[in-house]
Ligand binder design. Structure first.
Ligand code: ADP
Length: 208
């Protein structure tokens, strides 16, 4: 039997660098998958169903919520977003490590609902730097940036509920910290149950 994979929740304020960190982490290791969320918003040009999101109708989404098949979900700009439980379970059982990149409210739900999730909060070096990055990203109006910064201050106060906190100052260092967390978590007994049996059976086990 395969050892169960690790479920990692990566969260932090908008603009703190979660997308950038995951891109960098892909250069460091390939033993993880990024969870695909469900949404009721319409696909944007170039987005692929099952890769960027699972695109659902509102009825389909509500049915999944009623059936208890969403690990977490939220509404944003009139649309629903959520993490489907079923697929996640199958992949973890198959031994895959999964990263959920989600906003802080969704992460709070996962931390509450899942005893196995390893939670990582990404802090910006300072709120001022975060504001600068949001400006440079060029996706938001000045008003939206003010709103996001205020929201970030509220969210940063919740970082103490997480297992780990990383600071995204230097992107490469931050991705490397997350890679170290994954390495440490892989050594936990819950992911190494088989190893005891193998050693006792004299099947020589390698350290990793
Ligand atoms: P999120 O996914 O958390 O909303 P992004 O990955 O979109 O954040 O990053 C927000 C902006 O900050 C982007 O323009 C990105 O290029 C920039 N950025 C991310 N990490 C760093 C970093 N370590 N140093 C400088 N700029 C960064």
């Amino acid at each position: 039997m395969k050892n169960r994979g690790i479920l990692i929740v990566l969260s932090g304020p908008s603009g703190t660098g979660k997308d950038s960190i995951l891109r960098e982490l892909k250069n460091l290791r390939s033993d993880f998958e990024i969870s695909v969320s469900c949404t009721t918003r319409k696909p944007r040009v170039g987005e692929i169903d099952g890769k960027d999101y699972y695109f659902l109708t509102k009825d389909e989404f509500k049915q999944k919520v009623d059936a208890g098949d969403m690990l977490e979900w939220a509404t944003f700009c009139g649309n629903y977003y959520g993490t489907p439980k079923h697929e996640l379970e199958d992949r973890l059982d198959a031994g895959l490590n999964i990263i959920l990149e989600i906003e802080v409210n969704g992460a709070e739900q996962v931390i509450r609902n899942s005893s196995e999730a390893v939670s990582i909060f990404v802090l910006p070096p300072s709120v001022r730097v975060l504001k600068e990055r949001l400006k440079n990203r060029g996706l938001d109006s000045e008003e939206a940036i003010e709103m996001r910064t205020k929201e970030a201050e509220r969210e940063i106060a919740l970082a103490e509920n997480y297992d780990y906190v990383v600071v995204n100052d230097d992107l490469k260092e931050c991705a490397s910290d997350i890679s170290k967390i994954i390495d440490s978590e892989k050594l936990r007994i819950i992911h190494r149950k088989n190893i005891i049996k193998e050693v006792l059976k004299n099947e020589r086990v390698v350290s990793r």
